[in-house]
Design a protein around this ligand. Structure first.
Ligand code: GDP
Ligand code: IMO
Ligand code: MG
Length: 437
């Protein structure tokens, strides 16, 4: 079985957790490569509903290795809480779970800096999840980050912490009038986490490459989505990591030649949490209907998700920048009962028609989406497991998505449960249809 990268193609929450959980059955290793506990990946099983924030969605299967790669930023408190919650539900976490020694840590000051910075931005705030993600990645790039491996070397951890807090406390107190942090208190707190996690912190690049050399297959679980990627997203309204497929190589230490397939997960419509442009957003009762039927409330923060029509421009771009080999379209059932459906095929702005994703935020914020209208369907698609049992209008809608986006659909999700899925082809299979950019 080849290696497969799974990424979000929109602004996150596309249903990656459900898709990764299904695909994990056929993989040997599941690895997260970026983001942190800002992610919320939902998996609905007979044993209950699980929301994963840091732990890969493959942990529910026995005998799979689950890895947090070097590209992830780890909040040890959030991780331990997640481990405890899973263990309470009978999920075994031991030798089947590894954390990269190179993964950067989130420290309490990262959350404090983020909170203060968001408050001071006022109407220009990003609407982050408040998990300290941006400041932790900023420290990584500024080369003052503290890594998971440092937890295993207490004197080094202390020295780094002391040096950082010397500056950060002044910054917090003088610029934001926020109380600083006590070195000893933070040190003791993190040494407690070290005690719990020390058996898990290893050289994960070696583990992953050895698994591949043995012929095992690795599933790379993306978090967030392409349009939240720090390079390819709607900057600055993005997260601070490489959520697109390229991040799978830099975030794990598995070379790009070994990432054989890339599956993009897309909702059959579009949602976004937090601030930033959203050309096909619906602020009317149709949008409210999607939000209600799709239960569009954040898995991490509980915030309502903004909803809108399917955007072909977003997806076409995601196909290109990720080199998608196929798509999984989720939440088709949420469109049941819509009289008509709109698909965005371009943006109009200043007399020009944009068929490709503009980088200019002003264009994205002020453009008028150009729509194609299709008939909806009245029959329920919830729980449909074969393509032939879909209403003809739903088939036409999906075919039109494939044409607009230039990528084949391999999976269709018709409900949150594992069984509520149509598998047209295994995404591990060789891809003939290439992205048409
Ligand atoms: P992720 O962050 O991409 O993993 O997505 P989330 O878990 O944050 O959000 C997706 C939500 O949609 C979760 O509550 C899933 O249980 C649910 N879901 C996934 N696929 C489907 C589907 O096909 N239909 C419906 N109705 N819900 C789905
Ligand atoms: P999953 O993996 C949806 C959004 C936040 C905010 C922006 C920056 O569940 O799809 P951050 O805390 O990352 O600095 O916030 O990114 N965001 C997400 N939106 N799904 C996610 O993850 C997200 N992770 C971050 O709402 O707009
Ligand atoms: Mg989510």
């Amino acid at each position: 079985m080849p290696n497969l990268v799974v990424v979000g193609t929109q602004w996150g929450d596309e249903g990656k957790g459900k898709i990764v959980d299904i695909l994990a059955r056929d993989a040997d290793v599941v690895v997260r490569f970026q983001g942190g506990s800002n992610a919320g990946h939902t998996v609905v099983t007979d044993r209950g509903t699980f929301v994963f924030h840091l732990i890969p969605s493959g942990i529910l299967y026995r005998g799979k290795l689950c890895v947090i790669g070097n590209g992830v930023v780890v909040d040890p408190a959030a991780l331990i809480e997640e481990m405890d919650r899973l263990e309470a539900k009978g999920v075994k976490i031991g030798k089947n779970f590894a954390i990269s020694q190179r993964a950067h840590l989130i420290l309490p000051y990262h959350k404090a800096i983020e909170k203060a910075a968001e408050q001071s931005k006022g109407s220009r705030r990003i609407g982050t999840t408040g998990r300290g993600i941006g400041p932790s990645y900023a420290d990584k790039m500024a080369r003052i980050g503290i890594r998971a491996g440092d937890l295993l070397n207490p004197p080094l951890f202390r020295a780094k912490l002391e040096e950082n807090l010397g500056e950060i406390n002044t910054f917090l107190e003088r610029l934001y009038q926020v109380k600083g942090f006590h070195v000893e208190k933070v040190f003791q707190e993190y040494m407690g986490y070290a005690e719990r996690l020390k058996g898990q912190i290893v050289e994960t690049s070696l583990l992953l490459n050895r698994a591949i050399d043995r012929g095992q297959s690795v599933l790379f679980e993306g978090a967030q989505g392409t349009h939240l990627d720090v390079d390819f997203g709607t900057y600055p309204y993005v997260t601070s990591s490489s959520a697109a497929a390229g991040g799978a190589a830099t975030g794990t230490g598995v070379g790009p030649t070994k990432l054989e397939r890339v599956m993009g997960v897309a909702k059959a419509y579009t949602t976004r949490v937090g601030s930033g442009p959203f050309p096909t957003e619906l602020t009317d009762e149709i949008g409210c209907g999607l939000q209600e039927r799709g239960k569009e409330f954040g898995s991490t923060t509980g915030r309502p998700r903004r909803c809108g029509w399917f955007d072909g421009v977003l997806l076409r771009y995601a196909t290109r920048v990720n080199g998608l080999s196929s798509l999984a379209v989720t939440k088709l059932d949420v469109l049941d009962g819509c009289k008509e459906l709109k698909l965005c095929t371009g943006y109009r702005y200043g007399g020009a028609l944009y068929k490709e994703m503009p980088a200019d935020l002003q264009v994205l914020s002020e453009c008028q989406p150009q729509y194609e209208v299709m008939s909806g369907w009245t029959a329920a698609t919830t729980g449909v497991t074969t393509y032939k049992n879909l209403p003809v209008q739903a088939k036409r809608y999906l075919q039109r998505i494939e044409e607009l986006v230039g990528c084949r659909i391999d999976m269709i999700s018709t409900g949150s449960k594992r069984s509520e899925t149509i598998i047209l082809r295994s995404p591990f299979a060789p891809s003939r249809a290439r992205s048409k950019s």
